[in-house]
Design a protein around this ligand. Structure first.
Ligand code: ASP
Length: 416
């Protein structure tokens, strides 16, 4: 009952935000202070308070999760299954994207090429990093405090895995002391998440009102075909592909959706799967009933590596840009783009517009015009909200699938 009333409040907040944001725009205000500035301020504070929890939460979740494993064997099997599900979901997302962009051909409807391109140059110049070394250096940083202060999730995860693994090999008393410390820290952070979530309706309202006030509907109409291709792809993935996977595993897609809806709303309004992480863990553990051992391993890792929605977006965006430029890509090239999208999506930061860098990397590595990224910028924010929601939905799906495969009784396992 309490859970439902929170969901209702968030839903009302989103609807109100659409109305209020439309009415105020970016200029209306009182006493020389615009409503837009107010939405920005409060929305930012909400986002900050969630993001504040992420670094200690990721570390304590992974270390306490590993500490509860019975040994290396169970760690290996869990790791393999988790990666297996990530690769499966990302591959399916990429396939949906490539098929849709070939059927709809959104790029052939977009003719005014040159007008949007000038502003992109600096973005392109600042993103010419090597595709693999970039991800690898992020994965193994030199300084854990630097990684934490830069919110380098891959680095934090690597360190935590190594730490947890080390902990498995020390003597019993020291292991028990450390484990109880990390478990206590994790439990405290989950409590803090609970407090922050009380402000969710207000935070979501402000973040949404800000987007509605600043993004006019005309930004969509100019790129309608591209927008609909990405949106359609994400919808098919979330409404058909992921539910089918759940169904095959004997789980109820509807019950799962209900369990994780607060995380989806948070993802939609923040456009950041990293900031959503505390809420995602709360939903998967408390509402979907996944054990702390699995949830604390699969969700932090997934938030950083399982970006199915972003991979789908990357594919469609690259192929769209090629279509606009009239570049005919062979089947082999399209497969290559799909593979690159899969790999680069694993290094995408869970922050707003995190995928843009990966799109530029793919364009560059294939010799496609990277400045074409400017074509999609007008609708990037709106599509970011949708793909972040997809990323989080895919993470939660992987978590319950892993839990089911480990023989756990997941709360959403009624098979409806
Ligand atoms: N905003 C996305 C996320 O946080 C990343 C992206 O695709 O830009 O999951």
């Amino acid at each position: 009952m309490k859970k439902n009333s929170m969901l209702l409040k968030v839903l009302v907040a989103i609807l109100l935000a659409v109305i209020v944001g439309n009415l105020t725009g970016t200029t209306a205000g009182v006493f020389g202070f615009t409503f837009y500035q107010l939405f920005d301020l409060v929305g930012h504070l909400f986002l900050n308070s969630l993001t504040l929890l992420v670094v200690p939460l990721v570390t304590s979740a992974i270390i306490s999760g590993l500490g509860q494993m019975s040994g290396e064997k169970s760690f290996k099997s869990l790791g393999l299954k988790t990666f297996g599900f990530y690769i499966l979901t990302i591959s399916l997302a990429v396939v949906v994207g490539v098929i849709l962009v070939n059927i709809i051909q959104p790029g052939t409807f977009h003719k005014e090429l040159t007008a949007d391109l000038a502003q992109a140059t600096h973005l392109v110049m600042s993103s010419q990093k090597d595709i693999f070394t970039g991800v690898l250096f992020k994965l193994i940083p030199t300084n854990i405090f630097e990684a934490a202060s830069q919110m380098n999730m891959l680095g934090m995860i690597f360190f935590s895995l190594l730490f947890g693994f080390g902990m498995m090999h020390i003597e019993k008393t020291a292991h028990a002391t450390l484990l109880s410390f990390w478990k206590g820290l994790f439990a405290t952070l989950m409590r803090m998440t609970h407090f922050v979530m009380k402000a969710m309706p207000l935070g979501v309202f402000c973040l949404m009102a800000k987007v509605v006030a600043s993004q006019g509907i005309e930004s969509i109409s100019n790129l309608a075909y591209f927008f609909m291709t990405v949106f359609g792809g994400l919808l098919i993935f979330c409404v058909v592909v992921l539910p089918l996977l759940l169904k095959f595993a004997g789980l109820s897609p509807l019950a799962h959706l209900k369990a994780v809806t607060p995380a989806l709303f948070t993802a939609f309004s923040t456009s950041s799967s990293a900031a959503t992480l505390p809420v995602t863990i709360e939903c998967v553990e408390k509402n979907a009933g996944v054990s702390n051992r699995i949830c604390s391993f699969v969700i932090p890792l997934g938030t950083s590596m399982n970006m199915a929605g972003s991979a789908l977006y990357e594919c469609i965006a690259v192929l769209f840009i090629a279509q606009v430029y009239g570049i005919d890509l062979s089947f082999g090239h399209q497969i290559l783009i799909a593979i690159l999208a899969l790999i680069t999506s694993m290094g995408v930061a869970g922050i707003p517009s995190g995928s843009l860098v990966s799109i530029i990397i793919i364009l560059n590595s294939l010799g496609l015009p990277a400045e074409g990224i400017a074509l999609i910028l007008p609708v990037d924010r709106l599509l970011d909200m949708c793909r972040t929601t997809t990323n989080v939905f895919s993470d939660t799906t992987c978590a319950v699938l892993v839990a089911k495969s480990e023989g756990e009784t997941v709360l959403t396992g009624t098979g409806n």
